[in-house]
Design a protein around this ligand. Structure first.
Ligand SMILES: [Zn+2]
Length: 75
């Protein structure tokens, strides 16, 4: 998935979650400055936990689905 795909779904930010069990820090990542063709996996390689310094396989980066607008109910 790219940032463009994500934006088409109404999501503008990524959420990065630290997978270190004693940390579990989560943070929203502003990505509006990056082009639509940027793959989300690109951020997974770059983001580091601000609390414990975990990175790479110990960080989960995904679209922040919570900000996706609700799907209108079908009638
Ligand atoms: Zn951490």
């Amino acid at each position: 998935m790219t940032l463009g795909d994500m934006r088409d779904l109404g999501v503008r930010r990524l959420i990065a979650s630290c997978l270190n069990h004693s940390c579990r820090h989560t943070t929203l990542v502003e990505v509006w400055t990056y082009p639509a063709a940027t793959e989300i996996t690109y951020f997974k390689r770059r983001v580091a936990c601000a609390i414990c310094g975990a990175r790479g396989e110990r960080i989960d980066v995904r679209p922040n689905w919570k900000e996706q607008p609700p799907v209108p109910a079908k009638r």
